[in-house]
Design a protein around this ligand. Sequence first.
Ligand code: HPA
Ligand code: ZN
Length: 344
Amino acid sequence: MADPVEYLRRIPKVELHCHLEGSVRAETAVELARRHSVTLPTYEPSELYDFDGIVEFLVAYVAVSRSIIDREDFARVTYESLEDQVRLGNLRYREMFFNPTNHYADGVSYDTCVDGVIDGIRAAETDLGVRCNLIVAINKSEPPADAVALVEQVIASPRDEIIGIGQDHLTPDNLETPQLFAEAYELAKRNGLNITAHAGEIDASTSADVAAALDLGCLRVDHGYHILDDEAVVARARDAGVVFTGCLHSSALLYGWDDFTAHPIRTMIAEGLRMTFNTDDPTMLNTDLGKEYAEGCPKMGLTNEQAEEIALTGVDASWLPDDEKAEMREEFLREMAELRSALL
Ligand code: HPA
Ligand code: ZN
């Protein structure tokens, strides 16, 4: 029987913008916080992710981060995060942010975080066939020198799964300004790491923040919505083939962009910018990867062909080797054709 919503949920997907710490099940966060005697604003799972705006969101995000302490905790939250999106959105490959410095405050070492996350990735791949690599997030609320130290740590303790550097949080004055971290980005690039930056997301940001991310050398930009303020920056990103990791429900919840027919993601696609769909922080923001497509595409007036194109852009914009991308693209195309004949 035809079921176009199920079709959008089931098409195979890559996710390039999901933060581990924003994808922890509320029940798990509460259980871990109790086990480790960590203070949470509430121990009622249904209230834990109740906040208003990005600044309050980041307070909750840090509280949840502090509940993840042991290597086994990192493995568990990683596994569950992948498992949820396999089930809800047919996730096949993710490049996932995680933020080691939010865990340092509690005496957790870089290696404990990384090894635990990698344990979770490997278990999820074995059990569920999903793959995942990692983007270490610079915490923008901390000084630029800390970002350089973080990149030095990444370089000193290499892992096959760690393939890039990105960002989370905002600066202490609640701005984005990716250029503050130029030295850390230069160091990452010199050492063969891929780079991406959050820019053009928040109400206070402008197209200049997106231009600053491009100046750093980013060919992927996370969010990027305020690029639309300046046609010249739009043209620059379009000409350079920059890919944006859009997060529809995240931006609706955090910034009130809930008219999807006029959403910047819709306009960016119409302007010819390359776009992917992502959850950002799925459990915290009440979304999932299936919902991003199954609710997002119809509400934005995007066709099934455009949905497929967006999913394939995720493959193309990933940092996997070219031969693996080509193989994944073929697999996605085959599976999409099967789903089309079964569900459309
Ligand atoms: N923006 C800024 N900080 C964040 C985000 C985001 O989308 N997600 C998690 N931390
Ligand atoms: Zn984000």
